[in-house]
Write a protein that binds this ligand. Sequence first.
Ligand code: ADP
Ligand code: TRP
Length: 321
Amino acid sequence: MRVLSGIQPSGELHIGNYFGMMKPMIEYQDRSELFCFIVNYHAMTSVTEAERLSSGTLRAALDFLSLGLDPEKAIFWVQSDVPEVTELTWILNNVTPVGLLLRSHSYKDKVEQGIAPNHGLLTYPVLMAADILLYQTDRVPVGKDQQQHLEITRDIAIRFNNIYGETFVLPEAEINQKVPTVVGTDGRKMSKSYDNTIEIFCEEKALRQKIARIVTDATPVADPKDPDKCNLYATISLFMNEQEKADLAARYRRGGLKYSDVKKELFERMTEYFKEARNRRMELVRDPETIRAILRKGAEKARHKALPTMELVRKRTGINY
Ligand code: ADP
Ligand code: TRP
């Protein structure tokens, strides 16, 4: 089975990215053919400073490698290093109804926020479809917010296959059911656009501050509390096994629990959880050339996989003459 997913290098990666996408991806490397990439073209829809985009790309790669992605097991590269993806995007643009793109939630949300949309933002899902279809992907692990993009990808693939003949595999989204949406410090979905994130590799002092900011209710210490309505509980649960979660839930219900104690525990658990990755990162960060070499080698492998599909697409559409 071919598994593929990408992440935008548009900011520091946070624990929502980790549990929603990076962790399930890394777990796949031992049991599937894994394609993992940094989508720098997509990030252009929000990042307009060259230095931020280029350093963010390298940092996202650094984070992924530190967290355990193994470039010997997975194909790991930067989107723009396989130029066929933009060629395929153009071709797919011609089977994509504008209405389909106008109905995209993420597009509509941005417009509602008052962003004057450019064409890149509108066609974002077509580039994503090209990412997925170019590699004949079976499964795409993503957070729930990406589900609609996967539906759009399937729609585009079906339309292409209908017009030009069977060409693309229809991919399935895989939403990690255990952690559909990681909540942010304010209780909304954790997202860099909401300024409510906890970064995976946050420095100690900043991490304490972020955790201190997690919003809790005003129930007095002595009273029983409802773990299921508490976003602090939801966050610390990410770092606990079933038994530990049940024990903490019982402490909530019993009364006498101080949120500040749970916050301290969250700090300790999170630090411990990412300790090994943090150590690896300290080594790797000193050697950007090694990271670049890994990415270049990955791009060669990815391109090699993409070429037969692209040849078929060119033939089917009459681009080859
Ligand atoms: P952000 O919302 O911070 O901009 P992205 O849109 O770049 O994050 O998401 C990258 C990947 O991480 C996607 O697969 C997305 O579904 C996943 N992801 C992002 N935030 C969360 C979250 N809060 N919970 C679960 N998964 C998430
Ligand atoms: N749109 C995705 C996000 O914001 C990133 C992405 C781009 C992607 N291309 C992809 C995810 C292909 C999975 C497969 O998270």
